[in-house]
Ligand binder design. Structure first.
Ligand SMILES: [Zn+2]
Length: 351
């Protein structure tokens, strides 16, 4: 089973915050200043102990995750980077209205933990207030960075047998979890294609020899019944293609099958290795985020290298200039040598 992570698009950007403000603007009396409301939230019973280690009277918060935490856990949150957790002091730091609204929207530690700690597997226990730095860091990374403890309906495994249970819009689901009256969920329509995938085949390295001294490689990509291929590069084991190929992605997509062939004038083309590309991490995270154009550059997901996939290193899914992109470095399988570099870009159908 391949595994990947996805960054929950809770309150990372303006779009969501704006929505939150709209929701609350009618309800909030004007005399309630933001900092006052934040302190009121801190006094709530579940927020009188750290969301991660239960230490009493936390004075720090992760503004984008929406939890109050102690100083020791705060250090670990900082190490995760602000794209995962933006740490602020309740008393010392200046908070923007947006950040305060985001905290209030989540509703405190109990509410956040009902999502992030919904399912702590056997053998994993929550650190206590006196836990050592390693135990503390391990738990916090698992909880927020890897998101190992989400409830099963929010957890996403790249497993074809589970693909049918995947929900198309993770962000709505998470937002709904925090709201008693969430927005109506869009039903997943029975559209034939959900988007396009632009595959830029960049280059090959150290490909296998199939002719006398070299090979004439080209690459074939298959997705379902579609097949696209690059041009043939003559007599080159380190070919540079920089060629863009387009694939339509159907609702029930599988993985992309990549094959490298040696073009032969007089006989059938010889295979020079193959690889499977799991596109689920990219499509799931892209779908969860919706309109990538509304977000700043950030990492939104990751396809993790494992012993049973072709990845040479973990492959992150990123928003770059409003586009969802993923770079892949693959080791060809069933062949003596060869690596391929690709870049994927997700182009959703207009919603
Ligand atoms: Zn703590």
């Amino acid at each position: 089973m391949n595994k990947f992570t996805i960054t929950l698009p809770l309150f990372h950007h303006r779009g969501f915050i704006v929505k939150c403000q709209l929701l609350h603007s009618a309800l909030v009396p004007e005399f309630c200043t933001g900092k006052r409301r934040l302190k009121d939230l801190l006094l709530q019973r579940d927020n009188r102990k750290c969301a991660d280690c239960s230490a009493p009277e936390p004075k720090w918060a992760s503004a984008n995750i929406g939890v109050f935490i102690c100083l020791k856990c705060c250090g670990v949150h900082r190490s995760l980077g602000t794209h995962i957790s933006k740490v602020l002091s309740v008393t010392l730091d200046e908070w923007s209205d947006d950040e305060i609204e985001a905290m209030i929207e989540v509703g405190g530690n109990a509410s956040a933990n009902s999502i992030y700690e919904a399912y702590i597997p056997e053998g994993v226990s929550k650190p206590g207030p006196d836990a050592g730095p390693e135990e503390r860091a391990k738990f916090i990374r698992s909880k927020y960075e890897l998101q190992d403890f989400l409830k099963p309906s929010l957890r996403i495994m790249s497993d074809t047998s589970k693909k049918h249970s995947l929900q198309p819009n993770l962000s709505n689901k998470v937002m709904d979890s925090f709201r008693s009256s969430g927005p109506s969920k869009k039903s997943a329509g029975m559209v034939e294609f959900i988007g396009m995938l632009k595959v830029k085949v960049i280059k090959g390295t150290n490909l296998a020899v199939r002719d006398m001294l070299s090979s004439d490689p080209y690459i074939v990509l298959r997705l379902g019944s579609q097949k696209v291929q690059t041009a043939v590069v003559t007599s080159n084991l380190n070919p540079i293609w920089n060629e863009e190929l387009m694939l339509s992605v159907p609702h029930n997509y599988g993985s992309i099958k990549l094959q490298v062939y040696d073009h032969d004038m007089f006989s059938a083309d010889d295979i020079m290795g193959e690889a499977e590309i799991d596109i689920q991490p990219m499509i799931t995270s892209a779908t969860a985020f919706g309109d990538a154009g509304m977000f700043e550059d950030m990492q939104i997901g990751k396809w993790l290298k494992s012993h049973d996939n072709a990845l040479i290193e973990d492959s992150t899914v990123n928003i770059v200039d409003g586009k969802v992109k993923q770079e892949l470095w693959l080791r060809l399988q069933n062949v003596e040598s060869g690596e391929i570099e690709l870049e994927l870009e997700w182009i959703p159908l207009e919603q």
